[in-house]
Write a new protein. Structure first.
Length: 177
């Protein structure tokens, strides 16, 4: 009877550990709601998150490092259709900027950082920026390994945990012949 309950508990532990990576794999890509790109000294932003209210889609703002809020940046009205809205800034000096898109219903569609380089050749160099400050733990983890790899890794971790629990429980019993 005791072995049956131990096997049941171990089985549940392994199942829980194996299922843990599934929600993590599903949420591994962060969606900001906007797409920012650069071409020379022009910065452009595209979104599909805004709806038209009273003939306006919303406003996009380009902030440099010394500007703290939406109203301080260079603001441009969004234009486009119900499937895609755009805004662009020209003659942008080299540096790091933050692009914020505010829809006409006062919801933020997204925030993203962009680097405008001094090179004369067009470059696209946009990096995602969390809307609530720096989020640690991502480090160099920019490779998407896919669901199968994460499930296999989770199964290995779960098996290792189950084996460790089994070994420690077995060792804690008095030795019998």
């Amino acid at each position: 009877m005791r072995n049956r309950s131990l096997l049941l508990r171990s089985g549940l532990t392994v199942a829980a550990a194996a299922a843990l990576p599934l929600p993590l794999a599903a949420g591994s890509t962060a969606a900001t709601g906007i797409s920012v790109s650069t071409s020379g000294s022009t910065v452009s932003v595209t979104t599909s998150a805004c709806t038209q209210i009273n003939g306006h889609w919303g406003t996009a703002s380009l902030l440099n490092s010394s500007q703290a809020n939406f109203a301080q940046g260079r603001q441009v009205a969004l234009s486009g259709t119900s499937t895609q809205q755009n805004a662009a800034w020209s003659s942008v000096s080299p540096g790091t900027y933050t692009v914020i898109v505010m829809c006409s219903n006062n919801n933020t569609a997204g925030t993203q950082s962009v680097i405008v380089s001094a090179a004369s050749t067009p470059t696209i160099s946009a990096t995602a920026s969390p809307s609530r400050g720096v989020m640690g733990g991502m480090g160099g983890g920019s490779t998407d390994y896919g669901t199968l790899t994460l499930v296999a890794g989770g199964a290995l971790v779960g098996t290792g945990i189950a084996a460790t629990v089994w070994y420690l429980r077995r060792r804690s019993r008095p030795s019998r012949l």
